[in-house]
Ligand binder design. Structure first.
Ligand code: SF4
Ligand code: SF4
Length: 417
């Protein structure tokens, strides 16, 4: 049994409105606070003393990933990432920046929507069964180093898991206690297009604290009551004008470096008017249906459920695992998959992400982080695929509905798997 995007769950509001913490009002005085570089350890220690598991960037497997941080030395000091379609490289910097990278293969969704979770158990009791749901306390996370596009992604998942009739209890409990410490980008990758999706690169809402790193430390903004309380316990001082200027220049540099764009004007109708385009088959000739794009995406939420019994057959765990719309089985209905071709699965992914997600949740399913471009083995770039579809739509008559689309196009349910 799998769950995907099938349910209707209309929430017509902007992504940022769904964020639980942080009203995002930044006053000039708050912006003028400064945390010296040597005192970041105090922030980590305070969070750990308060019972948080601090999660942040660290080096692992030749990438910058998210994991538990106990000390500043765990951070990827002096390292950065270089990204292109289908390529990711870790390279040394010529300074000691702690957050001098963009985004890696991990997103924060693994901590709020865990890749594997037991959602129910059944225990045989004599002639009967006792069903229960797990009641262990949720971990209390403090996320350190959340980027603007990632704040937007969390807001999108808030709508998915909390915004409709069916609330996900695992996500709800973890989300309720999480503390979000954002770090503004001061550089961008060639795969970033947050400016097109209006999600970045500046963190504007949805955080408790937001830092901007310069060589000597961090300028600091607060975005919630919890953030303000935490800031009062930090050894902050007034930021000097030069420090504020450096921070602003860093943020502006990140914006300047973003060259990738996606035109989202009328995209919903345009994509749904291209359901029979031969271009889906063209993409399928490159797409491996490997699921990478959905695994790294911070908003994708498909999952599947399996039941696992012990050897006695007296105890059964119902386990939920991440799944992907690129897996054929996720669309299996009455014994056969509805989307039995790669073309149909790529079409489902792209049109859901950029069009029907709007119908379900009132927001795009894409925040422009670029992960799906970097981590796609053949380097398929959704912004280029959208551009091609926009060109084809212009040539063939813009705005045709699914029913009106010309019939001379390819059959994409060809069963090539
Ligand atoms: S679709 Fe791609 S660019 Fe958009 S949020 Fe997901 S991983 Fe990021
Ligand atoms: S688009 Fe790329 S990452 Fe996604 S399934 Fe196809 S080959 Fe894999």
């Amino acid at each position: 049994m799998s769950s995907s995007a099938a349910g209707s769950n209309t929430q017509p509001s902007t992504a940022h409105e769904a964020v639980g913490h942080g009203e995002g009002v930044i006053s000039e005085t708050e912006q003028a606070r400064f945390l010296p570089r040597a005192d970041l350890q105090i922030l980590i220690r305070l969070l750990r003393d308060d019972g948080f598991t601090v999660v942040g960037p660290k080096l692992d497997q030749s990438a910058i990933v998210y994991g538990e941080i106990t000390q500043v030395a765990d951070l990827p000091i002096g390292w950065t990432d270089q990204q292109q379609p289908g390529q990711y490289r870790l390279v040394p910097r010529n300074d000691d920046r702690m957050f001098g990278y963009v985004v890696g293969p991990h997103s924060w969704k693994q901590f709020l929507f865990p890749p594997s979770a037991i959602v129910a158990t059944a225990q045989r009791t004599g002639d009967s069964w006792r069903m229960s749901t797990p009641d262990e306390p949720s971990p209390r996370y403090a996320f350190l180093g959340v980027r603007a596009c990632e704040l937007a992604a969390i807001a999108v998942q808030d709508k998915v898991f909390l915004g409709g009739a069916y609330v996900d209890p695992i996500y709800q409990q973890r989300r309720a206690s999480v503390l979000l410490i954002a770090v503004n980008c001061t550089q961008a990758a060639s795969t970033c297009f947050c400016t097109s999706m209006k999600t970045g690169p500046r963190c504007k809402a949805g955080f408790d604290l937001a830092l901007t790193e310069i060589d000597s430390g961090f300028t600091l903004e607060t975005g919630s009551e919890r953030g303000r309380s935490l800031a009062l316990r930090l050894p902050l001082r007034e930021a000097q004008a030069a420090e504020l200027c450096d921070a602003e220049q860093g943020r502006e540099e990140a914006e300047r470096q973003i060259t990738k764009q996606m035109n989202t004007d009328g995209l919903h109708d345009l994509l749904l008017g291209q359901l029979r385009s031969p271009h889906w088959q063209t993409v399928a000739e490159r797409c491996l249906s490997c699921t990478n794009c959905t695994m790294v995406c911070p908003t994708c939420f498909c999952s599947t459920v399996t039941e696992v019994s012990d050897l006695t057959g007296d105890h059964v765990d119902r386990e939920r695992h991440w799944d992907s719309c690129f897996n054929m089985d996720i669309s299996r209905v009455n014994g056969v998959p509805v989307r039995d071709s790669v073309a149909s699965r790529y079409r489902q992914w792209l049109t859901h992400k950029l069009a029907t997600w709007q119908d379900q949740f009132g927001t795009s399913g894409c925040v422009g982080c670029g992960r799906c471009i970097t981590w796609c083995p053949p380097g398929i770039d959704l912004t280029q695929e959208v551009w091609t579809l926009q060109q084809l739509a212009r040539e063939s008559g813009h705005g045709l509905s699914h029913e009106e689309a010309p019939e001379q196009t390819v059959e994409i349910g060809s069963g090539e798997g």
